[in-house]
Design a protein around this ligand. Structure first.
Ligand code: ACO
Length: 335
């Protein structure tokens, strides 16, 4: 399928990044006391050693706001300069109003429109792509894109198949205009809704409204066929990467850094091996686990702030998640 940016008049770049994670650390050894698992199993199968868990009373918009303010500061901007806020999340504070509207109100972005995007762990790449096209078309100048999740609230802490994988956090980026061909060079977004059942939160929507029965049956928690997601993920990480490279007219050898969705170290390594980019991967999964839509922007912020991603670097973002969805982006880094 062919997609193109309609009549771009300029490019769009990431002008600032920020991230936020809760203070509380939950280690694999803590999990050993909660479910039938072991540090050895979790590290060997996933690479995760610990994850961050939000304190009671903290909501997704709190983490989103903290990341947003850091990104604005990094970009040298104030909230009232924003035209639009997009939050990618599957764990908004409430089904409505949107998390983006809560953030808009909290940071005082009085000139900004706001909406959420639901694309699972691919959410940040989806939001980034939308923001890029809106800036490139000339419609908006300053867009705040956030990936934020408190997955610990939708995880069944008695299900060892899922509870060892996830963590909480938020990452943000400010998107602003730049010269055409610079900044966010290309994006690819894909979906396969026919396979959505492999990763689902069944209850709480119009299909299965909340009831005593849905709560008793644990239908408000993540249900995942891990093996099927794993195989799908390795395939689409490679396909998504190759497709966006082709669209950007670049080769694998041109990539300086890969920032993949942080779902599973084994999965990341296998995809990197197939792409030949093993020595170019940024990974923080050992410390943070899978933070869904927040994982790529947190990793990007860490890589940029630590100086690992430098001006002029070609950076590949690639993610996959619930939907099923997948997506990739090629950036020429400059701030
Ligand atoms: N501790 C110990 N044993 C476990 C655990 C655990 N935490 N979890 C599962 N097991 C057991 C299983 O019960 C199974 O036992 P059995 O053979 O007796 O039935 C055995 O380990 C093997 O299970 P598998 O599922 O085959 O293990 P696998 O190697 O595939 O690893 C995992 C499972 C880690 C979930 C992997 O499949 C995976 O990472 N999949 C991708 C998940 C993912 O990326 N999700 C992202 C989407 S998130 C989003 O969009 C919100």
């Amino acid at each position: 399928m062919k997609t193109r940016t309609p009549n771009p008049i300029r490019g769009a770049r990431i002008a600032g990044t920020g991230s936020a994670v809760p203070e509380r650390i939950l280690t694999n050894f803590d999990l050993e006391k909660m479910v039938d698992t072991s540090d050895e199993w979790i590290v060997e199968r996933t690479g995760i050693k610990e994850r961050r868990i939000a304190a009671e009373g903290t909501v997704t918009s709190d983490l989103a706001k903290e990341a947003a303010l850091k990104a604005l500061d990094d970009a040298g901007m104030t909230a009232d300069e924003l035209d639009l806020i997009i939050v990618a999340t599957v764990t908004p504070d409430t089904i409505f109003p949107s998390c983006a509207c809560v953030v808009q109100g909290e940071i005082g972005a009085k000139n900004a429109a706001a909406f959420d995007i639901s694309a699972g762990c691919t959410g940040f790449v989806y939001a980034l792509s939308v923001a890029r096209d809106l800036v490139a078309s000339g419609r908006y100048d300053n867009i705040l894109v956030i990936g934020a999740e408190i997955l610990s609230r939708i995880v069944d802490w008695q299900d060892r198949n899922t509870c060892v994988l996830f963590g909480d956090g938020a990452g943000a980026a400010v998107i602003r205009p730049c010269a055409y061909g610079e900044g966010i060079i290309e994006c690819v977004l894909r979906s396969d809704g026919s396979r959505g059942d492999v990763l689902v939160l069944p209850a709480g929507g119009s299909g299965m409204p909340a009831s005593c029965e849905t709560v008793k049956s644990k239908l408000h928690y993540i249900q995942m066929k891990g093996n099927l997601v794993y195989r799908f993920a390795v395939r689409v990480m490679v396909e998504g990467a190759m497709e966006v490279l082709e669209k950007a007219n670049l080769r694998k050898e041109d990539i300086d850094y890969v920032i993949p969705h942080q779902a599973n170290q084994r999965l990341i390594d296998l995809a990197a091996e197939r792409l030949g980019t093993q020595d170019k991967i940024y990974s923080n999964i050992a410390r943070l686990g899978n933070t869904s839509a927040a994982s790529i922007p947190i990793a990007l912020d860490e890589a940029a702030r630590s100086g690992q991603v430098k001006d002029g670097d070609i950076v590949l973002l690639v993610g996959f998640g619930a939907g099923l969805t997948w997506g990739s982006a090629i950036l020429k880094w400059s701030k």
